[in-house]
Design a protein around this ligand. Structure first.
Ligand SMILES: C[S@@+](CC[C@H](N)C(=O)[O-])C[C@H]1O[C@@H](n2cnc3c(N)ncnc32)[C@H](O)[C@@H]1O
Length: 265
């Protein structure tokens, strides 16, 4: 993910900074960290737990080594009874979640009391500022194995976005209303048939109607909010949103949540 990594992880560290010391102090000795949709500890985790002793378990549908548990984010049962995590990281893989309700029911079976959850969720794909994760007639996907493409499914919206990160949401909506010229030319060349349908399809999009618009494109089960996370028994500790286009020319509006599991104590 090249240059995106630099900006992404710097932003996560910035968001977590005010609570980093508190998190480190409150963790049990040698906490168990579960990484979902990853093969190794991320830079975020390495920085968060720098100098601390911890156990780490990764799970991923496309494992890159034999220490990783083979597991679909939509079916966490291979981990049941084996993992009681003190920290769970779900970075740049939440878009594969098909149903937030069944996801939380399963996730909760894997958590120790007071476990921390660090999760990012995106609006729009990296290739286009659209709400339904499409590029012409193709859905955004992860194609590690061409025979088993994993499609983007889930997105995010919460009113706090508008209250606290207005400039980021504005920048995303502005691009959704009118794609940058470079993007228009690229799309026109690659998918002329869809250009007039798509290039201006979100021309009425504003921060105020972003939530409703997302619900027109995606089913309720695929749109996370902070309320969903609270309803699942978590306390929200940190929240951030960032539009990285000016740095990496990718259109996703990223949302990051740091939360602590308060139910199940
Ligand atoms: C964009 S990469 C992110 C990797 C890592 N979390 C990071 O932030 O650097 C997406 C990851 O999700 C994994 N993945 C794709 N579909 C998945 C699924 N349905 N269940 C679990 N993992 C999946 C991919 O194999 C890949 O490791």
């Amino acid at each position: 993910m090249g240059i995106s990594n630099t900006f992404h992880f710097a932003w996560l560290e910035e968001t977590i900074k005010p609570i980093r010391a508190e998190i480190r102090e409150s963790l049990p000795k040698k906490p168990l960290v579960l990484g979902i949709g990853e093969n190794e500890p991320s830079q975020f985790l390495i920085h968060l737990l720098d100098g601390m002793d911890y156990k780490y378990q990764a799970c991923d549908l496309f494992p890159l080594n034999d220490k990783v548990v083979v597991c679909d984010i939509n079916d966490l049962s291979p981990l049941f009874g084996k993992v009681r995590a003190d920290v769970v990281c779900i970075l740049r893989s939440s878009m594969f979640i098909k149903n937030k309700h069944s996801f939380f029911l399963q996730l909760k079976k894997l958590l120790a009391p007071n476990a921390y959850l660090f999760m990012d969720l995106l609006i729009g794909s990296s290739t286009l500022p659209v709400l339904d994760f499409r590029y012409a007639d193709r859905r955004s996907l992860y194609a590690h194995d061409p025979d088993r493409p994993e499609y983007f499914q889930s997105s995010f919206f919460d009113d706090r976005l508008l209250q606290e990160f207005r400039a980021e949401v504005d920048a995303f909506c502005q691009h959704a209303r009118r794609w940058p010229l470079e993007t228009q030319i690229k799309y026109l060349r690659r998918s002329p048939k869809f250009f007039f349908r798509d290039a201006y399809s979100l021309r009425g999009l504003t921060p105020e109607n972003l939530g409703d618009s997302l619900h027109e494109y995606l089913p309720e089960q695929s749109i996370f909010s902070l309320k969903d996370i609270r309803d699942a028994g978590f306390e929200i500790l940190g929240f951030g949103s960032r539009y990285f286009y000016p740095y990496v020319k990718k259109f996703s509006l990223y949302n990051f949540i740091a939360a602590r599991y308060r139910a199940g104590n």
